[in-house]
Write a protein that binds this ligand. Structure first.
Ligand SMILES: [Zn+2]
Length: 458
């Protein structure tokens, strides 16, 4: 039996399961069990992981990703405007905004629940105005600092993810000297930085087509200079290339690997030794699909129906089609340019525009919003949150149609809207709003929908 040891230092003592992607950044766990507990698992959290997790709080929160250890979603900063006043707040859910007292940016005005406001010393009916927030136009601005994507902490984290993932898929269970430079960069942040930001827009688009929204994707490939590289796509927002080794080593035979980890915890994967092996597999996949199954049509003509395992076909096809770009045209960026920031901004904008429906996210929405439905609640069409309107629409149609399961809801949406990942354009939101507000007693249908969703099993 092979004796297992830490892939960073070679110790056999006190090995632990390392979350290859930190728990707070993914809903789909992957583990490398060959990492020693203190020096190379816990300490990475202080060195670089916690800072990245904190800076990405807005993204994880809005994608319904949270640490399995914590109860709450990460808090994130936001500025909201009512009338002429701007307020800064930090929230874990958008329902928190008006539960507490927030001070305007100029420090002159406070907003909050009226009973709490009146308890502030000096507050009286003379200087406090009651407003109905359901009647006011509210705009919300999310604050994101893009520097985190180019920080040393991010580069160390991305290298760690690439290294632990590559070792896992090559059954490496000990420290190998060939990785010394990589290990040193991860553990100390010193030495040559192996990470570069990928600027080739075609690669982002290719991953968009195969992947579901908000996924992490990892790809191992051999570069045109024979180097071993790992592509790490973080939430489909930022793609990095990590040069792990100057050339392949005999201990690591698998160099054509793909894995996608989606927001609803789905995993797609293949592992091959080389691009040649993948090509052979792909050809046999196509030829087998052309042979079976056979049928006879109405006119007695024999039919050959091509049936392919969709997921596997699509991801293999993507790898083969993207291979040339990966090898020769990845357009790596070491120092971010204005174009790099534009690319990142448009990727983030996409993430906030598109709503992928997951059962986890839907249950969270019900849980957080239910507190407001006790008395006669009404929807504020000017509340400044498109995703809210979309999810209220989901609750409404669930309440009206009494779907038996999450799957049934998804099937309905696919028929009606074409897909379950929906770009929340202004027109579409207007349509949803119209449907909700024109439904008689929409509040009852919404709470019925919420009750139904509560009964759905994960
Ligand atoms: Zn160790």
């Amino acid at each position: 039996m092979i004796k297992r040891a830490c892939i960073y230092c070679g110790t056999t003592d006190n090995l632990s399961d390392s979350d290859i992607i930190p728990d707070a950044l993914t809903n789909a766990k992957i583990i490398n069990p060959n990492v020693c507990r203190i020096a190379h698992n816990s300490k990475f959290s202080d060195y670089f992981e916690s800072k990245v997790i904190e800076k990405l709080a807005t993204i994880t929160n809005l994608l319904d990703v949270k640490s399995s250890k914590g109860k709450q979603y990460a808090r994130y900063p936001m500025i909201f405007t009512i009338g002429n006043e701007e307020y800064f707040t930090k929230i874990a859910s958008d329902t928190e905004v008006f539960q507490k007292i927030n001070t305007s940016l100029d420090g002159k005005t406070k907003i909050g629940p009226i009973d709490k406001i009146l308890k502030i010393s000096g507050a009286s009916e003379y200087n406090v105005t009651a407003i109905d927030i359901n009647e006011r136009e509210i705009t919300k601005k999310i604050i994101l600092n893009l520097e985190v994507f180019f920080s040393i902490e991010m580069y160390r984290l991305i290298t760690k993810i690439a290294y632990e993932w590559y070792c896992l898929h090559n059954n490496i269970c000990n420290k190998i000297d060939a990785f010394d430079d990589i290990i040193s960069f991860i553990t100390t942040g010193e030495g040559k930085n192996p990470v570069q930001f990928v600027g080739n827009v075609a690669l982002y688009k290719a991953l968009d087509i195969i992947g579901s929204y908000g996924s992490h994707t990892l790809i191992a490939y051999i570069g045109s200079d024979d180097s071993v590289n790992i592509i790490v796509s973080l939430f489909g927002i930022a793609i990095y290339n990590v040069q792990l080794l100057p050339k392949a080593i005999k201990e690591c035979q698998n160099n054509c690997i793909f894995q996608e980890l989606s927001l609803d915890s789905q995993r797609k994967k293949f592992v091959f030794k080389s691009i040649k092996e993948l090509e052979d597999d792909f050809i046999s996949l196509i030829s087998s699909a052309q042979e079976i199954p056979k049928g006879v049509n109405n006119n007695g003509v024999k039919l050959n129906i091509a049936v392919l395992d969709d997921t596997s076909f699509v991801i293999k096809n993507m790898y083969l089609e993207g291979f040339n770009d990966m090898q020769n045209n990845i357009m790596c960026v070491s120092v971010p340019s204005p174009q790099t920031y534009e690319l990142l901004k448009s990727r983030i904008f996409n993430v906030f525009q598109i709503s992928a429906l997951t059962l986890k996210g839907l249950k969270r929405f019900v849980h957080e919003h239910r507190v407001f439905w006790k008395e006669s609640f009404k929807l504020n069409p000017n509340g400044g949150d498109k995703k809210n309107i979309f999810l209220y629409y989901i609750l409404l149609i669930t309440g009206i149609s009494c779907f038996q399961s999450f799957k049934e809801l998804i099937r309905y949406l696919k028929q009606k809207l074409g897909k379950s990942e929906i770009a929340l354009t202004d027109e579409l939101i207007k349509d949803f709003e119209q449907i909700i507000l024109s439904t008689k007693n929409y509040q009852d249908a919404i709470t019925d929908g919420a009750d139904i969703i509560d009964t759905w099993e994960n």
